[in-house]
Each structure stands twice: as structure tokens, then as C-alpha cells.
Design a protein around this ligand. Structure first.
Ligand SMILES: NC(=O)c1ccc[n+]([C@@H]2O[C@H](COP(=O)([O-])OP(=O)(O)OC[C@H]3O[C@@H](n4cnc5c(N)ncnc54)[C@H](OP(=O)(O)O)[C@@H]3O)[C@@H](O)[C@H]2O)c1
Length: 292
């Protein structure tokens, strides 16, 4: 496959830095047509590898962005899960006609979460589907829980039942139940590996993971890194948690419960999965998956 031209939309969230690090690592140099275009609202100085393009993303800037993206093979979207923003970006992708689009999915497998919470983040799936319906190959990347030492699964721990303020644990089911996690630096590599793979060889969804941890692993790590002892304050079986879930959902989806929803999903054991790691990084040829 000849080198591909790439554009990235949204740089200053969880995934911009690891994706740029993967691009700058040299690992993918022979597969990329430089410079890549990086669309961001923040002024940044371009390099020979990254051409920053400063722009807002609003209905008024759609056409100017399409003009800037003309001829780009792969568009990678790393923006927040904001339905209005995704709706604004859709016509940009459709009009730009890339050979491959990587939408801002990067979470739990929504097909799995939908078994417990019908319509959970449904706007993300609708976004991918709308772009597909316009004839553009779109590959959703499922990562389950992000892991990042200063943040996810180390400091942001509500979805594994840890309440830092009260030094307590909400236990749902067996603490040995495992959930998939992906370190953000691995996600950066996954994104660039997918972007530089022939689109026709990719399925519409790939599931990757750095590994899996048990709830107990997350608790042990938190106790070690915070020099604290956590106590189980409340304990429910998975069936009880699912019952609580349906009672709460009967009153409507509540964004404030987002991490708890993930906790219940994970407690079922369904948020650990067989991955497609070999498809994009066979025998860890491109990089070694990072441990928790
Ligand atoms: N699985 C997990 O554990 C997990 C955890 C967190 C996030 N996620 C997922 O990862 C993806 C990225 O989330 P995130 O938390 O990194 O997002 P974020 O920090 O909220 O936003 C990422 C970037 O989106 C761009 N953006 C946001 N609002 C915008 C607007 N109104 N107009 C134009 N650009 C805008 C910005 O880029 P610029 O600053 O460059 O303009 C921003 O830095 C989402 O799909 C999210 O659901 C998953």
C-alpha cells in the first residue's frame, strides 16, 4: 500500500497526545505521507511532520474545513462525545470523501452495553452509521476502559467502584471479575496502525485491549499508589445491580450515573472480550502492549 495522507480532528483531549506520539515515533514513517493535518482550535507551531490548522468546528466553518481536507486519505476524529459536534463533523467527512474514517468511538463495546442499557451512547453508533451510509468506510475502535497513570483507572476510578472521597468501595459481584483496559499510548498506536492499513482489509469494528484487570487489581493499585486502605461499604450481587439499573433507567438515563453504568456493565463480565490485536499488531511486531 502506498503511503497515506492523514488528517486528525481534535487534539487536546485524551487521545491527541498519544496519537501524535505514535506518528512522531518513526514506527509508521514509511506508511504515512507527511505532513499530517491536525485540526485544532488552539494555535500550535507546525513541524515537518504535523501541519496544524487552527479552526473552530461550527456549521459556518464546514466548507472551509472540507477545502482544507480535500484529497486526504484517512480522517481520524478524536473529539469529545458531544452529539452536536459529531453532527457538525458528519457533513465534513461526507463531503471530504476520505478512503477511511475513524470515528471518535474509543470506549466500551456499545453492542454489549446496549444489552443492559438500550440506546447507551446511541448517537456514537448513529454517527458511524450515517457516515457509512454515505459510502465511506468507517472503522469503530473499541478499547473499553482507558488506562492512564495520571487519570483513568488510577485517579478516575468510579467505574471500578472506588470512591476516593470516602476511601470506600462499592462492590458489584465478584471482585475477581475482569474488565478489558487499553493504555492511551497503545490507543495512539492502534489509531495510526488502523489508519495505515488498507481500508478494504478492515472490518467495521475492531476490539483491542492492552490487557484485562480484575476489580481487585484496580483496588490494590489504588491502595498502593495512594497509601490508603479502602473498605467495602456497599455490596450487591450482579443480579441486584442489574435490578437497580432497570429501576433507575425507568426514570430516564442520567449522565451523573455514567461511571456507575460502566461499573454495572463491567460487573457482568461482558466488558472483557476476545480482541483483534493480532489484526493490526501481529506478534507485537509494531509495538509491545503496555501493562496496567
Ligand atoms: N473508554 C474510556 O475510558 C474513555 C475515557 C475518556 C474518553 N473516551 C472517549 O474518547 C473520545 C475522546 O474523548 P475526550 O475525553 O478525549 O474528549 P475531550 O477531551 O472532551 O475533547 C477532545 C477534543 O475534542 C475537540 N473538541 C471538543 N469540543 C469541541 C468543539 N465544540 N469544537 C471543536 N472541537 C472540539 C477539542 O480539540 P482541540 O482542543 O484540539 O480543538 C478537544 O481537545 C470520546 O469518544 C470519548 O467518549 C473514552
Amino acid at each position: 500500500m502506498s503511503p497515506v495522507s492523514i488528517a486528525i480532528i481534535g487534539l487536546n483531549g485524551s487521545l491527541g497526545k498519544p496519537t501524535l506520539e505514535a506518528i512522531n515515533s518513526g514506527k509508521f514513517d514509511s506508511k504515512i505521507k507527511f505532513p499530517i493535518k491536525a485540526l485544532t482550535r488552539k494555535a500550535q507551531t507546525s513541524t515537518d511532520k504535523i501541519q496544524y490548522i487552527q479552526t473552530e468546528i461550527t456549521p459556518d466553518t464546514i466548507d472551509s474545513i472540507v477545502e482544507k481536507l480535500r484529497g486526504t486519505d484517512v480522517i481520524i476524529e478524536l473529539v469529545s462525545h458531544n452529539p452536536d459536534l459529531l453532527n457538525t463533523i458528519e457533513p465534513i467527512i461526507v463531503k471530504s470523501q476520505p478512503k477511511l474514517f475513524i470515528p471518535s468511538q474509543f470506549g466500551s463495546d456499545l453492542a454489549t452495553m446496549n444489552k443492559y442499557i438500550p440506546g447507551f451512547l446511541g448517537f456514537k453508533n448513529a454517527h458511524s452509521e450515517n457516515v457509512r451510509k454515505a459510502g465511506i468506510k468507517s472503522v469503530d475502535i473499541v478499547t473499553n476502559f482507558f488506562a492512564e497513570p495520571s487519570k483513568f483507572l488510577y485517579e478516575v476510578v468510579g467505574h471500578v467502584g472506588i470512591d476516593p472521597a470516602n476511601k470506600s468501595i462499592l462492590q458489584l459481584g465478584d471482585l475477581n471479575t475482569r474488565v478489558a483496559f487499553t493504555r492511551v499510548e497503545d490507543i495512539g498506536n492502534v489509531i495510526v496502525a488502523v489508519a495505515t492499513t488498507a481500508p478494504e482489509s478492515l472490518p467495521d469494528k475492531i476490539r483491542v485491549k492492552s490487557g484485562s484487570i480484575s476489580y481487585q487489581d484496580a483496588i490494590d493499585r489504588y491502595e498502593q499508589t495512594h497509601n490508603v486502605k479502602l473498605e467495602v461499604k456497599e455490596k450487591y450481587t450482579v443480579e441486584e445491580a442489574k435490578q437497580q439499573l432497570s429501576e433507575k433507567l425507568a426514570k430516564g438515563f442520567n449522565p451523573a450515573d455514567f461511571l456507575w453504568y460502566l461499573h454495572v456493565g463491567g460487573a457482568t463480565g461482558d466488558l472483557n472480550y476476545d480482541d483483534d490485536n493480532e489484526l493490526i499488531n501481529p506478534n507485537q511486531f509494531l509495538w509491545k502492549w503496555t501493562e496496567y
